[in-house]
Design a protein around this ligand. Structure first.
Ligand code: UDX
Length: 432
């Protein structure tokens, strides 16, 4: 059992801290947002993640998990410190590391015994070095410490599951002592442990996310070819996926990726590569293809409805993917704004993200069910692959729509079935 302090209670910090307490450690989660800490103490979660609330309640009750805004106390009373603060994108695409640097300075001034400082946030390569330098410079007394990199590979919507069932655990260390502590912390988890130097661990994270995003843009580019050739991207993806070297996952064509990771990590990886003297042009193309998918969907709606001005467009799904309420970089934002620019009237429904959407997307009529969205709309547009939409009563939807037109940005329906039901069904990369 280790005494652990996790600094930052966002998607990564809160899930990581809670799961580490479930693994038997004594964990204090720190955040400078006192309102967020007060809410957490009342078991009000800032994010929706399957299983998280139960684990928080269980571990707060058995006194293995606590929340505080007192970073000094959190640091002083812990041997292991995870830095899990945000690294948001700056104008030029580089990662804003000011929060990481501030925490590193805070750790230095509160260093009262050996500490292992672990970077959990997604950071560009060489950040570990900078954290070590910052602590060294700001130490008041000559106290030993180690810095490590332990990137997370959590997917939103399955972050708790992914923490306990990772494909691999990556530990970037410079000392045996740091390696031993991290191996012990993760020992209850059955997964391959890869021990590397700190820089390689940092690059593993950026390279993994960038590769996943590349895979998505690749299949979307092939989907555009399928449309022109009259082929079916779902069959192409299936045929590619049988090859173990390719794998079927992340070959789902659609309106592309959103979320706070892929767009941000692509920009940050591209930026740090350029800074290191290598122009990673491939990543620029990955981003360009992704942006193109949003425009493609708007064009498909224009092709179906002709003039968009004053048309009523029913949108199902706003969050960047199913099983999350997260709207960050969601394709729905660009798509709805482009439709509104052409004078379309938008109705929208999402099972979870409407509260957040209302802050971002104005002049939208938000409804409580998919059927209320379909009622009187000129067409229905699917932007997020929620199970709820796949199970809709399509006969009822058809009756409610002004015209039986469905533009499916996530290919959630079977084209033949939709045509048999009498819909004009438009997908991505499938035969019209
Ligand atoms: C991603 C990585 O998967 C995770 O390992 C990393 O730690 C954080 O970033 P996340 O962004 O939560 O996780 O979601 P993910 O499931 O990867 O989907 C990202 C985006 O890609 C979503 O917008 C999703 O709709 C889209 N996507 C995913 C596709 O368009 N096609 C696919 O085949 C898969």
């Amino acid at each position: 059992m280790r005494k652990i302090c996790v600094i930052g209670t966002g998607y990564v910090g809160l899930v990581t801290g809670t799961c580490l307490s479930e693994l038997g450690n004594k964990v204090i989660c720190i955040d400078n947002d006192t309102k967020k800490i007060a809410a957490l103490k009342k078991f009000k979660m800032p994010i929706f993640e399957e299983g998280l609330l139960d684990l928080v309640k269980k571990n707060v009750k058995n006194k293995r998990l606590s929340f505080s805004s007192d970073i000094d106390d959190g640091i002083k009373s812990s041997e292991v410190i995870f830095i899990a603060v945000g690294t948001p994108p700056r104008e030029d695409g580089s990662a804003d590391l000011s929060y990481v640097e501030a925490v590193a300075r805070e750790i230095a001034v509160n260093m009262n015994s050996y500490k292992l400082i672990i970077d959990k946030s997604t950071v560009p390569v060489e950040t570990g070095n900078q954290v070590e330098l910052t602590i060294q410079r700001n130490l008041k007394k000559d106290i030993p410490f180690d810095v490590a990199s332990n990137p997370e590979f959590l997917r939103e919507g399955s972050a708790v599951y992914d923490t306990f069932n990772p494909d691999r655990i990556v530990i970037g260390v410079k000392s045996k002592r740091a390696e031993t502590i991290l191996r012990e912390i993760y020992s209850p988890i059955k997964a391959p442990v890869l021990v590397t130097d700190i820089k390689s661990a940092e690059i593993i994270k950026h390279a993994s996310n960038s590769f996943l995003a590349t895979k998505i843009s690749f299949i979307n580019a092939v989907a555009n070819i399928c449309e022109r050739a009259g082929a079916d991207i779902t069959k192409v993806a299936e045929g590619m996926g049988y090859d173990k070297r390719i794998g079927r996952a992340f070959l789902n064509a659609g309106i592309g990726f959103g979320g706070f990771c892929f767009p941000k990590d692509l920009e940050a990886f591209s930026w740090i590569s350029r800074k290191l003297g290598y122009d990673f042009n491939l990543l620029k193309e990955v981003m360009k293809i992704n942006d193109g998918q949003r425009k493609l969907l708007v064009k498909k709606i224009e092709d179906a409805l002709w003039v968009l001005k004053s048309k009523v467009i029913g949108v199902l799904g706003l969050s960047f993917k199913a099983d999350t309420d997260d709207m960050r970089f969601a394709p729905s934002i660009d798509i709805i704004k482009m439709l509104q620019e052409q004078g379309a009237n938008i109705k929208a429904y999402d099972p979870q993200s409407m509260d957040k959407a209302k802050e971002i997307l104005k002049d939208v009529k938000y409804e409580k069910t998919p059927y209320a969205i379909a009622k009187g709309s000129d067409c229905l547009v699917i932007l997020t692959e929620w199970k709820e939409f796949k199970n809709m009563d399509l006969a009822k939807i058809k009756k409610l729509l002004k015209h039986p037109i469905i533009i499916d940005g996530r290919n959630i329906f079977d084209p033949d079935k939709m045509k048999k039901l009498g819909f004009v069904y438009v997908g991505i990369g499938i035969k019209e």
